[in-house]
Design a protein around this ligand. Structure first.
Ligand code: CUA
Length: 169
């Protein structure tokens, strides 16, 4: 499914890029204003290159590739509910891919994990009737925080817990 979406996105992006290039060519074929036109073309080309590089770099660490098949490492079960998180371990191993299996006991929640600076590392939707999964490798030991990223009622903001990575069990 993700490959299909990726293929469709690439085809559509190619079509848009081709339309831009055609527009650039057409605008350049008129008067003898070569300097401005070629600078414009270079600018568009540079923007495309920067856009592709930034997109690839920013999407690479996402855990999408690890979603399918059997989990590669330990499995951790997560339950979200109004308004709590339950995690079946307090100590998550460091340096190996762990897979969170997340489900809800009531409404939709958003299982989001941040580091101790509050930076979001990953998140997965937690939906009634589904067990959603997300894999992550924690490179650094420490305390990580769980927050809710889907509005789920009056105490949504209070759906916070934490777990430790790499400590003594
Ligand atoms: Cu659970 Cu917001």
């Amino acid at each position: 499914m993700q490959l299909t979406v990726l293929a469709i996105s690439l085809v559509l992006m190619g079509a848009i890029a081709a339309a831009f290039l055609a527009a650039v060519r057409a605008s350049g074929s008129g008067e003898a204003s070569g300097g401005v036109e070629s600078r414009r073309s270079m600018l568009i080309l540079a923007m495309i290159v920067v856009g592709v590089v930034v997109t690839v770099i920013s999407l690479r660490p996402w855990p999408h590739a690890a979603q399918g098949g059997e989990p590669a490492g330990p499995v951790i079960n997560v339950t979200g509910g109004q308004w709590f998180w339950e995690i079946d371990t307090e100590n998550v191993p460091q340096g190996v891919p762990v897979t969170f299996f997340a489900h809800t006991s009531d409404v939709t929640h958003g299982f989001g994990v941040t580091d101790d600076q509050g930076r979001l590392l990953f998140q997965v939707q937690v939906m009634p009737g589904y067990v959603n999964r997300v894999a992550w490798t924690f490179d650094a030991p420490g305390t990580y925080h769980v927050i809710c990223l889907e509005y789920c009622g009056i105490a949504h903001h209070d759906m916070i817990t934490e777990f430790t990575v790499g400590g003594e069990a």
